[in-house]
Structures are given as structure tokens and as C-alpha cells.
Design a protein around this ligand. Structure first.
Ligand code: PMP
Ligand code: GLU
Length: 394
């Protein structure tokens, strides 16, 4: 029946993170003791003060359609958040609230990319960027980085990737999957190149902003010459453990925000009303209220790095944010483990799933074929057991 489906969907790949999580769920239902380190999802509950706000919103009958671009109070709270955390001045008319940052990204792609436009993706990049760009008719131009540059794109690499067709550059910092964080100086370096090309837009995905173990988070929109062509993407899935409540947002030049609202108005309308009301409370709270989760992620990062350092053949960078490690496991390629030939990272991730019952994600999905992604948004007990099993089967 595939021939009846559109070319659009037939040429799209399934999200590897979601596919691996579904596979782990399926195996668990079959009775297997799977440890899931594939999905990038905090294992914390939503903080009680946010849950209370949602309950109040239910009682206050926030049950009608919400404004397409978000409640005015929420956009105001987002504007204050941008000012407080990022030194960015966005008026509410420059803000659009969506059903997760994933929708924010899709909106931006649909309103800015024309068929044939090139979009530079420093690799490794978050799994959905490539397909969202392709869906909009764009051509992803991958710029490979590796562990030697801490998986960060240099200004020189950016310069040589730019062509007359370059429309945008998309990146995340802290980065999913590498955990790398661009410093302000590093962003200045990229901005210096971009200032010579005024027609290139930047999507700065800052959804892991608060899960950052450096003392500073830098937003490229705050750098000279960048504000008028940057779309700053953020959301509450990660720092507030609100993945299932589906709220993301952008701050952008007003004409881009307006276009996103127009697009969203034909596709999904305003985001979930209750989740939006709860997000007001989440964003108005001082970051100190969620610090316990950030502290815990740091402890787990140190733990997983220590445990992985005992495994032969893993080369690991020190991630400075998010909750992933992205080890280079290419030293296993060409080997056979317990009868499984390991030709690439997908074979390796499958081997870990089948023999160690640990779900990870192949680096191919993120544009790096030498690595796998391991999420450490799991309990210390699960992390210890998962790495023990991995070590055993290797
Ligand atoms: N960007 C990055 C880098 C992510 O890791 C995620 C996680 N799903 C998203 C965007 C989308 O987040 P959400 O749709 O849950 O807001
Ligand atoms: N961002 C998370 C991840 O990368 C959630 C899954 C998804 O939305 O693809 O695993």
C-alpha cells in the first residue's frame, strides 16, 4: 500500500529516538528486563507547584480554544524569561507558543524554507532537524564534527559550508546528542562569519538551556548583528520535566512570528490550554526551584563518565549540558561479538539491545555514524546496571 502514500511521507525517516523507545516498550511488554536509555526524557515528575497551577486552570475552566500564538499572560512570562535568562528583549508579538519545541521548529521550517534552500546542520544534530528541513523542501548540508573539536563546528567549517543557496543554520546548545555547549566566544566566532552573509537565518535551539553544567548559557541572538535573523527556540519539556504536556515556544523577529502563527492557525491552532497556564507558573518561578534536577543530572553525568571510562573501546567527550553521552564506539566496527557482526553504530546499538537489554540510539540518526547516544536521564541504579551489562557483553 506504500505506493498510495505520498512521496513526502515515503521519503521521511521514522524518528530514531521514538522508534527505539517504542521497541524498548514492546520488548518490555514481552517480559524482557529492558533498561531504556534511548529517549531523551527526564525521569523526574513534574514539580508539584506546576501541577497545582494545572489543577487550578482546570477548575478555572480553561477549556476553550486558546489564542493561536498563546495566551497573552504566557507570552508576557516568556518575554520576561528571555530578558531574565538571556538578556533578550522580545515583545509578546515576537513570541509564538506551540505544541512542543518540535512544532516550533516545524513552523519555522515551513515559513522560511523554499524548495532547494540549503540548511547547514552541524553534525551531530538533533534527530528531527534533517527530516523537518527536508519536509519543507530544504536540503540539509551536514557539517561533520567529531570528538576532537568536542563536536562543535568551527567558524572555518561554517565559512566553507556557505553557498549562495544557504538559507539557514540550525543547531542546539547544549547539544542533543553530544551535550556540548557553545561558549559566548565560540558563538561570536560563528556570528563573525554570519555577519558577512546577512541573508542567512539562525535557528538556535536552547531547549536544554538550564541543564547546563557550565556557569554560562549563551544565546546567539544576543550577539551583535544576530537578533534580526535568529529564531530562539525553547520549551518546558526538559528543564521542567514537562515532556508530555507539549509546550514549546520561539522568540523571533515579528514578521517570522506572525508567519508561524498563520501557519499554526491552519494546522493545529493554539497549544493545550491547561499546559499553557501551568507553563506561566513554571517560567515565572526562579530557576532555583528546579536546581535539584540539574544537580542530579550533573551527578549522573559524572557517574556515567566514570563507569564508561572502564570500558575498552569507548571514546567519550565530557558533555557540559543536556543529559546524554555520545561515545565514539567505532573501534568495534569490523568485529564479531557473540556471533553478531558489528559493521556500524546501528549494529552496535542493536547488539546492546539484544544482548545487554539496554536501549540506546545509533549515532547515524544524529548524523554521526561512529557514535551511539546514551541518555542518563535515568536513576543511578539503572545507570549502574545498564553500564555493568554493557561492559559484560563487550
Ligand atoms: N530540540 C531538541 C534539541 C530536543 O532534544 C527536543 C526533545 N524532544 C526538542 C527540540 C523537542 O522538544 P519538545 O517538542 O518536547 O518541546
Ligand atoms: N528529544 C528527545 C530525544 O531526543 C525526545 C524524543 C523525540 O522527541 O524525538 O530523545
Amino acid at each position: 500500500m506504500k505506493e498510495y502514500l505520498s512521496d513526502r511521507i515515503n521519503s521521511m525517516s521514522t524518528s530514531a529516538t521514538l522508534a527505539m523507545a517504542a521497541k524498548a516498550r514492546e520488548l518490555r511488554n514481552e517480559g524482557k528486563d529492558i533498561i531504556g536509555l534511548s529517549l531523551g526524557e527526564p525521569d523526574f515528575n513534574i514539580p508539584d507547584f506546576i501541577k497545582e497551577a494545572a489543577k487550578e486552570a482546570v477548575d478555572q475552566n480553561y477549556s476553550s480554544y486558546s489564542p493561536v500564538d498563546g495566551y497573552a499572560e504566557l507570552k508576557q512570562a516568556i518575554a520576561l524569561k528571555f530578558k531574565r535568562d538571556n538578556a533578550l528583549e522580545y515583545t509578546p508579538s515576537q513570541i509564538v507558543v506551540s505544541t512542543g519545541a518540535k512544532q516550533s521548529l516545524a513552523n519555522v521550517a515551513m515559513v522560511l524554507i523554499n524548495p532547494g534552500d540549503e540548511v547547514i546542520l552541524p553534525a551531530p544534530y538533533w534527530v528531527s532537524y534533517r527530516d523537518i528541513v527536508k519536509l519543507a523542501g530544504g536540503i540539509p548540508v551536514e557539517v561533520s564534527t567529531d570528538i576532537s573539536s568536542d563536536f562543535k563546528m568551527t567558524p572555518e567549517q561554517l565559512r566553507s559550508a556557505i553557498t549562495p543557496k544557504t538559507k539557514m543554520i540550525w543547531y542546539s546548545s547544549p547539544c542533543n546528542p553530544s551535550g556540548s555547549v557553545y561558549s559566548r566566544e565560540e558563538l561570536e566566532g560563528l556570528a563573525k562569519v554570519l555577519r558577512k552573509h546577512p541573508g542567512i537565518f539562525v535557528v538556535s535551539d536552547e531547549i536544554y538551556e538550564h541543564i547546563n553544567f557550565r556557569s554560562e548559557h549563551a544565546s546567539i541572538a544576543a550577539i551583535d548583528g544576530m537578533y534580526d535573523r535568529t529564531i530562539t527556540v525553547n520549551g518546558v519539556s526538559k528543564a521542567f520535566a514537562m515532556t508530555g504536556w507539549r509546550i514549546g515556544y520561539i522568540g523571533a523577529p515579528e514578521w517570522i512570528a506572525r508567519a508561524c502563527t498563520k501557519f499554526q492557525g491552519q494546522i493545529t491552532s493554539g497549544a493545550n490550554a491547561i499546559a499553557q497556564r501551568a507553563t506561566i507558573t513554571a517560567l515565572e518561578a526562579p530557576v532555583s526551584r528546579i536546581q535539584y534536577m540539574i544537580d542530579e543530572f550533573l551527578k549522573r553525568r559524572d557517574l556515567i563518565l566514570e563507569l564508561l571510562s572502564d570500558i575498552k573501546g569507548f571514546r567519550v567527550n565530557v558533555p557540559e549540558g543536556a543529559f546524554y553521552v555520545f561515545p565514539d564506539i567505532s573501534s568495534y566496527f569490523g568485529k564479531e561479538l557473540r556471533g553478531h557482526p558489528i559493521a556500524n553504530a546501528s549494529d552496535f546499538a542493536l547488539y546492546l539491545l539484544e544482548e545487554a537489554n539496554v536501549a540506546t540510539v545509533t549515532g547515524d540518526a544524529f548524523g554521526n555514524p561512529n557514535c551511539i547516544r546514551i541518555s542518563y536521564a535515568a536513576s543511578e541504579k539503572e545507570i549502574r546496571e545498564a553500564i555493568r551489562r554493557i561492559a559484560e557483553v563487550l
